[in-house]
Design a protein around this ligand. Structure first.
Ligand SMILES: Nc1ncnc2c1ncn2[C@@H]1O[C@H](COP(=O)(O)OP(=O)(O)OP(=O)(O)O)[C@@H](O)[C@H]1O
Ligand SMILES: [Mg+2]
Length: 392
């Protein structure tokens, strides 16, 4: 049976794309499979002998369990070799995994950058900080990258695979350090921090009846908290800038690879095309695209009427018609995927596309990761064979 694959395919698997790399960033739109792809890449690279850590963000509970991740303690844990053995995974390297706790990473960053421990405690206890560390747009992405930088500095791992947060727009991720910095250095903060700024003036009028009333009603002394917070942070913005610059340098290094993950649906594909263009503009190293959850044409060449006829020999006519309808729907989906993937292939001008099929079940355990790994690490020819077997 012939298998039609629409786009330029990767002749090599992901391990060739990651040759000589120390950092792999899996980025893409929400819900396309970034977390599972990151875990499958890490598993496959560890199987080949590397010491790999995957930094995941908000993995599904069952996937976290499969990786033995029970606590959010912000440090990588080794996935127990016995666990891998019992799942039949032959890992000659080491697989480590951690769940990123953005709040905690931000706290650690404050600890590291504060001139004194007391100052760090004051900042962390501040109500505004507690809100800011989770609310400022980009802070989650920023902390993910800050953690990446720290782990990279440790030199404990051969490869770090970074999962990225579910951003509304995949491009937000790249702008995160800059946005956070812009916020910290922007007019709002400066106005509050300057001795003669509005913040200080307002704070000076602590007896203002309006604020007093607010405080009485809400119990929140917002402006005092806000002013105090930015006052505390004032002499740290330089350090934030330095850290953001270090992170940017790491992301741009020759030893870093961005792997874009997308599904074959229209919008994520559009975003992947956009993201790829953006990476080139800002000169960040792009390795390839994983097109996940691809529907391969199960009918390829057959007529659904033939399918119905064949099925009705063994199934009740109604059921046979239903199954044939399913085949037809799948055929339509496969056609749509094929066109979207071709569009992506055109836009990428020959860059490798690694196609991973839509599997029958969610990927929530080592078995599922192993299935994904097979497709990600196969050479072009092997991948075609795998798909042919799936379709047959
Ligand atoms: N190839 C696949 N076949 C079937 N199910 C898949 C496949 N890849 C991922 N999934 C499932 O799709 C869902 C989303 O995957 P995942 O959590 O990895 O996406 P994500 O991009 O990390 O999402 P978010 O942006 O919310 O973080 C999960 O339930 C996962 O098990
Ligand atoms: Mg995810």
């Amino acid at each position: 049976m012939s298998v039609r694959v629409a786009a330029p395919r990767a002749e090599a698997g992901i391990s060739e794309l990651l040759g000589g790399k120390r950092v792999c960033v899996c980025a893409g739109s929400g819900g396309v499979g970034k977390t599972t792809t990151s875990a499958a890449i890490a598993l496959g690279m560890a199987a080949q002998g590397a010491k790999v850590a995957v930094v995941t963000i908000d993995p599904a509970q069952r996937l976290a369990n499969a990786l033995g991740l029970r606590e959010l303690d912000n440090e990588p844990h080794r996935v127990a070799p016995e666990m891998l053995d019992s799942a039949g995974v032959d890992v000659s390297g080491e697989l480590w995994a951690m769940m990123l706790d953005p709040k905690r990473t931000f706290d650690e960053l404050i600890d590291r950058l504060s001139p004194t421990a007391e100052r760090a405690d004051e900042i962390k206890a501040n109500r505004v900080y507690r809100e800011l560390s989770s609310a400022v747009s980009g802070s989650q992405e920023f902390t993910a990258m800050a953690k990446l930088y720290e782990l990279d500095q440790d030199r404990r791992f051969d490869l770090l695979v970074l999962d990225t947060p579910p951003t509304r727009n995949a491009l937000d991720f790249l702008d995160a350090p800059r946005r956070l910095n812009a916020f910290l250095e922007g007019p709002t903060v400066r106005a509050l921090v300057r001795p003669t700024g509005i913040g200080m003036r307002v704070l000076g009028r602590g007896a203002s009846p309006v604020l007093g009333a607010l405080r009485r009603v809400t119990g929140v002394d917002l402006l005092t908290d806000l002013g105090a917070f930015f006052g505390l942070l004032a002499d740290m913005t330089e350090d934030f800038r330095t850290r953001a610059a270090q992170v940017e340098k790491l992301l741009a290094a020759r030893t870093t690879a961005f792997v874009l993950v997308t599904s074959a649906e229209r919008e994520p594909i559009d975003e992947a095309i956009w993201f790829h263009r953006r990476l080139a503009q800002v000169k960040l190293p792009f390795a390839g695209v994983v097109v996940n959850r691809v529907h391969h044409d199960l009918l390829s060449g057959h007529d659904s009427e033939d399918v119905r006829r064949a099925l009705s020999r063994t199934l009740a006519p109604e059921l046979a018609a239903k199954v044939a309808q399913n085949f037809r729907d799948y055929h339509v989906l496969a056609g749509r995927d094929e066109r979207n993937i071709a569009r992506l292939g055109d836009a990428l001008g020959g860059h490798p596309l690694l196609l991973v099929p839509h599997l029958d079940e969610d990927v929530h355990d080592l078995d599922g990761l192993l299935k994904m790994r097979r497709y990600l690490f196969a050479s072009g020819e092997e991948r075609e064979q795998l798909i042919a077997n799936m379709v047959a």
